[in-house]
Design a protein around this ligand. Structure first.
Ligand code: UDP
Ligand code: MG
Length: 308
């Protein structure tokens, strides 16, 4: 890599062979005259198609193109982290390699950073379309909980962001393994600016997230960013204690006024309720313990196989 480019574009990708050339062309033509020095940093998250070949080829003809390749698919969060850790530029922009994040916004983000001194420029997707119903419902619950817990809007947030070197260093220094990139950026609390865009339909291929990945992403996002679910347990326990007190009072009253027995329904309902609440509570605690376990193992978030 050159000594220190002014701007680096970090592109996490997983099987995006159809888009790589077009992205580079579009970004090259919109940035060439505006940015002094910029580079591409492709992070191939274990693609099984020709993505890596295309990147290798590109890097031979275009000195701006650099890439790292993972041993296997580690997930987008790991790919972003690797990109941030490898970056050297004064500012970086993270964008999807499927052209859903319009490269034309880059100059606007760059101007904000260069001329206004903004440390974080976030691109928000207005009316974000999600591929499936399950995806929509899952995203709604995850983001609503996150918003409720942190007070920051997440619904329209994307990973399409410009970060100043200061922020990149700050995020890279954090020792945690289970990362939720968007949450970490807002956690730094640095002055930020938001730009809106309307995401396009995917040009080719399908969304790369499987249901299992999405579920685990949502859980990671929630547990790494908030302990609200744990607090929810406390809240429900309180509610439950209140309910039990009322029920006890009622039962006692029945007993004292001589119309005892009859309480079968109440017994069943309370057993079911206690059982449900307890197992939900254990499940939530389990999720956090699983993550504590992951962090303690301290395995790296990714393994790099090759570089160009
Ligand atoms: N991606 C990745 N690793 C994965 C899944 C996705 O690096 O395991 C990349 C993908 O190639 C794309 C970006 O992350 O550049 C966003 O993925 P996708 O378009 O599938 O997600 P969506 O747009 O539905 O959020
Ligand atoms: Mg996409």
């Amino acid at each position: 890599m050159n000594s220190k480019p002014e701007l680096q574009l970090i592109l996490p990708l997983f099987n995006e062979e159809a888009h790589i050339l077009e992205i580079v062309n579009r970004i090259d033509s919109s940035l060439s005259n505006k940015v002094a020095t910029f580079e591409y940093l492709f992070v191939d998250d274990g693609s099984s198609d020709d993505s890596w070949k295309i990147i290798q080829e590109l890097s031979r003809n275009n000195s701006r193109v650099h890439g790292i390749r993972f041993n296997r698919n580690f997930g987008k969060e790991s790919a972003i982290l690797a990109g941030l850790k490898e970056s050297t530029a004064e500012a970086v922009i993270i964008l999807d390699a499927d052209l859903q994040h319009p490269p034309e916004l880059i100059t606007e983000m760059y101007d904000q950073w260069k001329n206004e001194g903004v440390k974080i420029v976030e691109a928000c997707a207005a009316n974000k379309k999600r591929d499936t119903i399950v995806h929509q419902i899952g995203a709604f619950f995850t983001y609503t909980l996150l918003e409720f817990a942190s007070g920051t809007p997440f619904q329209e947030g994307t990973d399409f962001k410009l970060l100043d070197r200061e922020i990149v260093d700050c995020i890279c220094q954090l020792p945690e393994k289970n990362r939720f990139f968007r949450g970490l950026v807002s956690w730094t609390g640095a002055p930020s600016k938001t730009i809106e865009f309307t995401p396009k339909e995917r040009a080719a291929g399908a969304s790369k997230w499987t249901l299992k990945q999405l579920a685990s992403f949502s859980l990671d996002a929630l547990t790494s960013h908030t302990t609200a679910p744990l607090r929810l347990i406390t809240f429900f326990s309180m509610l439950f204690i209140l309910f039990s007190l009322l029920l006890s009072a009622q039962t006692l009253y029945q007993y004292l006024s001589g119309n005892a027995v009859e309480g079968f329904t109440t017994v069943i309902i309370s057993i079911l309720l206690v059982g449900g609440v307890l197992s939900a509570a254990l499940g939530i605690i389990g999720e956090y313990i699983a993550r504590i376990h992951e962090e303690l193992k301290s395995r790296p978030s990714y393994l790099i196989k090759e570089r160009v």
